[in-house]
Design a protein around this ligand. Structure first.
Ligand code: P6P
Length: 341
């Protein structure tokens, strides 16, 4: 019988501490942020996993359970992250997809040198049909002085991120993040409530197997985008055809492509003339992860991490995944009017 020779069990807490030790001058603040985010992820996972039980639990007549379980899950996820992060003294401000304006750190808590931007539960409309959903987060260092953080601390290009990651609530719950030293994936073992290192140093295959795009918008794409999709599908004979896989949940689509290779594309269209996905807390964190894993991410014209944001919730077109495939997009789209005319 062959015994598993690799018996090392590495929790995310231990991994974060070991990574911090690589930076002798580290204050430990970023480590603390990541640990608190992992805790929030476990709490959200616990609730998301039971989302389908609202009716059953509700018939128990328990107002609290029914009330609690019927609270919109994305608002629950937002509150969970806010309460996990507001008192650690490491942040000077937060921003959430669920809140229009910058979220200050409550007066009673110490402010810190980082800013957290997050999408608490992306794709939450998929929960009702039991499709994987995700949490996405981005951490930048403040650039302003003074007590509270400001919008200027948030409107930084994605290359300034000091950490970025996502949680995918799928067949298992995974926490995937980077601090600029590669991409590492942790799988939640619900029997012990620990995220365990399952995917060290993740790398995206150079050539993709999967194309993730919603071609219901094909009539609204520009001609160069349509030509690009024909290329990805092997219809112009210049590339082998990619398998189309589109879940309609960004984190799930991105995660599959990160592991199997592929490109996720959300071009501009009539409904979303600037693209649909949010630059600061959806596109940028995934772009940093993708580049750290050897992939690429563009908005159709520019490297995404170089785009200078102007608004907190601004949207962006997104082409992200295997570098060879994203490079094709850049060749075929750059110089074209990538904005919907
Ligand atoms: P469409 C989910 O609503 C979401 O924000 C992303 O998770 C997903 O990739 C995208 O929208 C799907 O958009 O227009 O294809 O339904």
């Amino acid at each position: 019988m062959v015994h598993n020779t690799d018996t090392s069990v590495v929790t995310i807490e231990r991994f974060i501490i070991e990574q911090e030790a690589l930076h002798p001058h580290a204050s430990g603040d970023l480590s603390g942020i990541l640990r608190d985010l992992a805790l929030a992820a476990k709490m959200i996972a616990s609730k998301v996993r039971r989302a389908g039980l609202v009716d059953i639990l509700g018939t128990a007549g328990s107002e609290n359970v029914q009330g609690e379980m019927q609270q919109k899950l994305d608002l629950f996820a937002h509150e969970t992250i806010f309460k996990a992060m507001d008192h650690g003294g490491r942040l000077c401000a937060m921003a959430s997809e669920e809140v229009e304006h910058l979220i200050p750190i409550p007066e009673q808590f110490k402010r810190g040198k980082y800013v957290l931007l997050f999408d608490p539960l992306d794709g939450s409309s998929n929960i009702d049909v039991n499709v994987p959903v995700g949490t996405i987060f981005s951490v930048v260092r403040r650039v302003t002085k003074g007590d509270h953080g400001t919008i200027d601390d948030m409107l930084q290009p994605g290359r300034k991120q000091v950490a970025a990651g996502y949680v995918v609530y799928g067949s298992s719950t995974m926490f995937v993040y980077t601090t600029g030293q590669g991409v590492h994936g942790f799988t939640l073992d619900p029997s012990i409530g620990e995220f365990l290192l399952s995917h060290p140093d993740m790398k995206i295959p150079a050539h993709g197997r999967y194309l993730s795009v919603n071609d219901a918008y094909e009539q609204h794409w520009t001609e160069p985008v349509r030509a690009l999709m024909r290329r990805y599908r092997g219809l112009d004979g210049k590339r082998d055809a990619m398998n189309v896989r589109y879940i309609g949940s960004l984190v799930a689509d991105f995660h599959r492509n990160l592991l199997g290779g592929g490109v996720f594309a959300y071009p501009v269209n009539a409904k979303s003339p600037s693209g649909k996905l949010r630059l600061l807390y959806e596109c940028n964190p995934l772009a940093l992860i993708c580049e750290q894993a050897g992939g690429a991410a563009i908005d159709g014209v520019h490297r995404l991490l170089d785009v200078k944001p102007t608004e907190l919730h601004q949207r962006s077109p997104l082409y992200i995944g295997s570098k060879a495939d994203v490079d094709i997009a850049l060749q075929m789209l750059a110089g074209t009017t990538n904005r919907h005319t």
